[in-house]
Structures are given as structure tokens and as C-alpha cells.
Design a protein around this ligand. Structure first.
Ligand SMILES: *[C@@H]1O[C@H](CO)[C@@H](O)[C@H](O)[C@H]1NC(C)=O
Ligand SMILES: *[C@@H]1O[C@H](CO)[C@@H](O)[C@H](O)[C@H]1NC(C)=O
Ligand SMILES: *[C@@H]1O[C@H](CO)[C@@H](O)[C@H](O)[C@H]1NC(C)=O
Ligand SMILES: *[C@@H]1O[C@H](CO)[C@@H](O)[C@H](O)[C@H]1NC(C)=O
Length: 495
């Protein structure tokens, strides 16, 4: 082989040169393969790629061109012809591809709108609203410059963990219509993970107190269970559970603080666990830690409803107003109600010993939900959670329902315009989402400590700066905000 000959016949220099060359080619190829903007967190991108030369062409920034080209190609391939649109329907476009809807007219009560994911409609004269799915909302990819008649809708049912940009008022005021977990949003979906009243009150899995005691004595179950595989989230829940474990036995099945394997008959891995088996497992415990990944008013997930459904008492942490959603005043233990982890632990131990006190927390399971506000919310909601468990024909999921909400608002504004008076401008504010800065638990188990080294709170603060620049940029009518925000970041750092 030529390489062998080259290197073994004392042609050391040539051999060395070939290796250097090969190494450089390898470096270049691997650099090209990994070099992709999307892989970098936003701030890193700004540090490295503030490209001053772009200022010469402020109207056609590079990223924007690429994005539009990509959208065009996608549109051509996937969506085909767009001829059959009714010229009178207002167009509502999902700017972040979310519904995968190429284009379809939809009736909402007596109004009609044309919904599409296809960005080719961006400059269509009928385009009235852009919809955004919160997780995918990015300051670097927006339908700009914003026209006066462009209404923006935000759907975000997730915690801020996915996008801290939306925690800030500067971002939220860009939207006219919101659907989030907050009760203050225009189309609230706070109970998105609560399937139905019947489901919540069901006694399908509920165990009696003597059954629960038997699981502890015979099977060695702890009084409390914890299942979490998303470790160290913004709510800092694992720190609290770690403290609690010093005082109370906790069975932890997930990867976070794992100390217990799933036993027969529930052997399958957690992620793939059929609901039935999982419900059965929770129902054997007296308490289940129900801690959200972020602390936000009204952010409530299945972690809270699941134990209630199976007759287990949740130990809840997440929304500071969670008590508004208790089935009954005494049905849940709220971590915020205790001044220290020791206090909570002695309460748990006490309830674990006293059967009748424990069962008082479950009286509602037999007599029904008594919280009038919760009953009202469930009665009045016009949609059902998008979940196969409750899927029956005739149900509308909340995505469809929010689309119709925006469609109706768009028509209202169109009618006002036709009458010659412009509709009063309406935009969202901090209360439509607005989660506070993530904090930490202190050594006594009290939530509320600001920690300099908390990467979540740093992210929160960085996104505040992005939000401020974004607001300015949109107001200036620029067609792309990436560069503007990068400059703002840089300015900020120079101070
Ligand atoms: C019970 O709930 C109501 C509202 O549902 C509240 O006003 C009241 O303070 C609660 N009582 C107790 C003892 O927690
Ligand atoms: C909170 O604490 C008060 C007083 O200790 C108690 O009456 C109430 O039931 C507790 N509420 C919850 C949700 O634990
Ligand atoms: C909670 O349930 C108990 C037992 O059913 C009931 O006596 C009490 O009035 C309920 N609390 C509220 C606030 O409705
Ligand atoms: C929508 O929100 C924007 C930004 O806050 C505002 O300028 C505009 O007037 C609003 N439009 C309507 C129809 O409310």
C-alpha cells in the first residue's frame, strides 16, 4: 500500500505532511457537518456571528432569505396549488407549523376563515392573523414587517422551560389573542389535563385505606411516591424531594433520585407504560409528589390530576394558586403551605399513621367534587383535552377551539372596519402567561432563594433583554429582528 511505502522508507517528512493534510481535511469536514446555527443556544450564536457586513443590505438579511426559500420549497412540495381559496375568507396562518394544515376553510359558528400553514400566503391581501405555537416562537423567524391589520395569536400550553422569551411582557404585548394555562388569557386552557369531571371522580382505581396499609406492610411500599425523569428543571423540585427523603420514605421510580425499580406486574419502562398500569401503581400509595417543572400561576398538569383520579393524595407544588383547583378544600397537601420540609414530613407521617385523618382527604372521592369554581370551569368549557382517553366524536379539542376564537375576533375587527370605525386595539399583557424568574429551594425546604448560579434564572434574564429588543424592532417595522437583537445584546454587555 502506498501509505506503507511512504512512511516506512525513511521518507519521514513526506509522511508527516500527508498526515497533516489528512487531519486538516478531516477537521474541515467535521466542522462543516456540525456547523449549524440551530444547534447553538441563541446567545452563543450572537457572540460568534455578529456579521457587521449585513448592514449594507438591511432589507434582505441572509437568514431571512434562507428561511423564505426553505418555506417556498416546502410549500411547493407539500402544498401544491392554492387556487381554491374563497376570495372573501380572511386568512389565518400558523406561522409556526403546528397543525400541519396545508390550507382549508373552516366554519366557526356563522363565520368562516381559511387556515393554513403555507407561508406562500404571507403577503396575501386577505391575511389577517398569524398564529404561533409558544415553544416554536422565535425572535429570528417572524412575519415581518408587521402590517397594521395583522393580528397575532399565541397558543402555549407548556411551561416556560421551552421558551423563556414568553415570560416577559415585552413579548406578550405583541400578541392580540392568547390561549394559555393562565385563567387571565383570552381562551384559557387551565384544565387542559383534566379529562372530565366523571374521570376525576371515578373510583375505578381507588384503594381502601386498609389496602393501602397492606401495600406498605406486605410489599414494603413507602408512604410517598415520586416519578420523574426530567431532572433539575426550573422549579428545582428534585432538591426538595432530596430534602424530604431525609425525613420520610419516598419511592422514586424515574431517573431523578431513582431508588426503586418497577416490580411485577408493572415491569415495562415508565415511558412506555400503559396508563392502566401506571394508574394502578399510583393508587397503591397514600401520597404522590406532584411537582411541576416550573412555578407559574395556573400551570397544572396531569401530575396533579392523576393521583386525585386514582384516590391518592397529591403533595402539590407548582402554581401558587393551586388551591383554587382543589376538588375540595381538604383533598390536597400543598407544599407552599408548610414553612419547612420537617413540618411537611411530620404532617405526612402523622396522616400515614391516622387512617381516619388520611381518609378525610379523600371524602370528596365518595361525595363528589365540591369546589364550585372548578365545577363551573368544567361545565362551561367548550373543548376537551386532546387525549385519546376521552376522545369521542363531537368533541372539539382546544386547538380547534382557539382557532375559532381567533377567527371570530378577526371577523369582529373586519366588521368594525367595514363600518368605518376601527376596533379598539387589544393586546395581551404579562398576566396572559408571565411566569416569574425561577428560584431555588433553600436548605430548610423553602422555595424562593435567588441563586446566581441558577442557569434557569440566567436564561430568564437573558430572554428579558431579547424581549426588549424584539419589541423595539417590531415597532420600528424592520423585516428581520435577529441582527437588531444581537446588537442590543452586545450593547447590553458593553455597559
Ligand atoms: C375553603 O375554600 C374556600 C373557597 O373554595 C375558601 O374561601 C376557604 O377559605 C377555604 N377554607 C379553608 C378552611 O381552607
Ligand atoms: C394549610 O395550613 C392551614 C393551617 O395550618 C390548614 O388549615 C389548611 O388546611 C392547610 N391547607 C392545605 C392545602 O394543606
Ligand atoms: C369538602 O368536603 C367535605 C366532605 O364532603 C364537606 O363537608 C365540605 O363542605 C367540603 N368543603 C367545601 C369547601 O365545599
Ligand atoms: C394587535 O397588537 C398590536 C401590538 O400590540 C397592536 O399594535 C394592534 O393594534 C393590535 N390589533 C388589534 C386589532 O387589536
Amino acid at each position: 500500500m502506498w501509505l506503507e511505502r511512504l512512511c516506512w522508507r525513511r521518507r519521514f517528512f513526506r509522511c508527516f505532511a500527508v498526515f497533516v493534510l489528512l487531519f486538516m481535511v478531516w477537521m474541515f469536514i467535521s466542522f462543516m457537518l456540525t456547523f449549524n446555527d440551530e444547534d447553538f443556544p441563541e446567545d452563543v450564536v450572537y457572540d460568534i456571528f455578529i456579521d457587521e457586513t449585513r448592514d449594507d443590505h438591511p432589507h434582505i438579511p441572509l437568514d431571512q432569505e434562507i428561511l423564505e426559500e426553505a418555506a417556498r420549497k416546502k410549500a411547493e412540495k407539500r402544498y401544491g396549488s392554492v387556487k381554491d381559496i374563497d376570495p372573501t375568507d380572511p386568512i389565518i396562518m400558523w406561522w409556526t407549523e403546528f397543525t400541519l394544515e396545508p390550507g382549508k376553510a373552516k366554519s366557526c359558528k356563522d363565520k368562516r376563515c381559511f387556515f393554513t400553514n403555507n407561508r406562500a400566503f404571507k403577503n396575501h391581501k386577505n391575511l389577517r392573523a398569524f398564529m404561533f405555537y409558544g415553544t416554536d416562537f422565535s425572535s429570528k423567524d417572524l412575519p415581518l414587517p408587521r402590517q397594521k391589520h395583522h393580528e397575532w395569536g399565541l397558543l402555549h400550553e407548556e411551561s416556560p422551560k421551552n421558551n423563556y422569551l414568553l415570560c416577559h411582557e415585552e413579548t406578550l404585548t405583541l400578541f392580540n389573542h392568547t390561549s394559555t394555562f393562565r385563567r387571565e388569557s383570552d381562551f384559557p386552557i387551565t384544565t387542559q389535563h383534566l379529562h372530565s369531571l366523571k374521570w376525576l371522580e371515578s373510583d375505578l382505581y381507588t384503594k381502601t385505606i386498609s389496602q393501602k396499609n397492606r401495600y406498605q406492610q406486605q410489599d414494603g411500599l413507602a408512604p410517598v411516591m415520586y416519578v420523574q425523569s426530567d431532572c433539575d428543571p426550573p422549579s428545582d423540585r428534585d432538591s426538595f424531594v432530596k430534602l424530604l427523603m431525609k425525613h420520610v420514605k419516598v419511592d422514586s421510580y424515574g431517573t431523578c433520585l431513582h431508588n426503586k425499580h418497577l416490580a411485577h406486574p408493572i415491569e415495562s419502562p415508565l415511558e412506555g407504560m400503559a396508563h392502566r398500569d401506571f394508574y394502578e401503581l399510583i393508587s397503591r400509595y397514600k401520597f404522590a409528589l406532584s411537582m411541576e417543572n416550573a412555578v407559574c400561576k395556573d400551570y397544572i398538569t396531569e401530575k396533579f390530576w392523576r393521583p386525585l383520579m386514582v384516590g391518592t393524595v397529591p403533595i402539590a407544588f407548582g402554581s401558587p394558586a393551586i388551591h383554587d383547583f382543589f376538588p375540595n378544600n381538604s383533598s390536597v397537601i400543598s407544599i407552599l403551605n408548610f414553612t419547612s420540609v420537617e413540618d411537611l414530613a411530620s404532617k405526612i407521617n402523622e396522616l400515614n399513621e391516622r387512617d381516619s385523618d388520611y381518609d378525610k382527604l379523600r371524602t370528596w372521592k365518595y361525595t363528589g367534587v365540591t369546589n364550585a369554581d372548578l365545577l363551573k370551569i368544567l361545565k362551561e368549557r367548550e373543548w376537551t383535552p386532546d387525549d385519546e382517553q376521552t376522545w369521542t366524536w363531537g368533541n372539539i379539542n382546544f386547538v380547534d377551539a382557539f382557532e375559532c376564537h381567533v377567527c371570530e375576533q378577526v371577523h369582529k375587527n373586519l366588521e368594525a372596519e367595514a363600518r368605518g370605525n376601527s376596533q379598539a386595539s387589544k393586546s395581551a399583557n404579562l398576566h396572559h402567561y408571565g411566569c416569574p424568574i425561577p428560584l431555588k429551594f433553600d436548605g430548610s425546604g423553602k422555595y424562593g432563594q435567588f441563586n446566581e448560579r441558577n442557569s434557569w434564572s440566567t436564561l430568564y434574564q437573558n430572554q428579558k433583554i431579547v424581549a426588549e429588543s424584539l419589541k423595539e424592532c417590531v415597532a420600528l417595522g424592520l423585516s428581520y429582528c435577529g441582527d437588531y437583537i444581537a446588537k442590543g445584546n452586545k450593547r447590553h454587555r458593553d455597559f
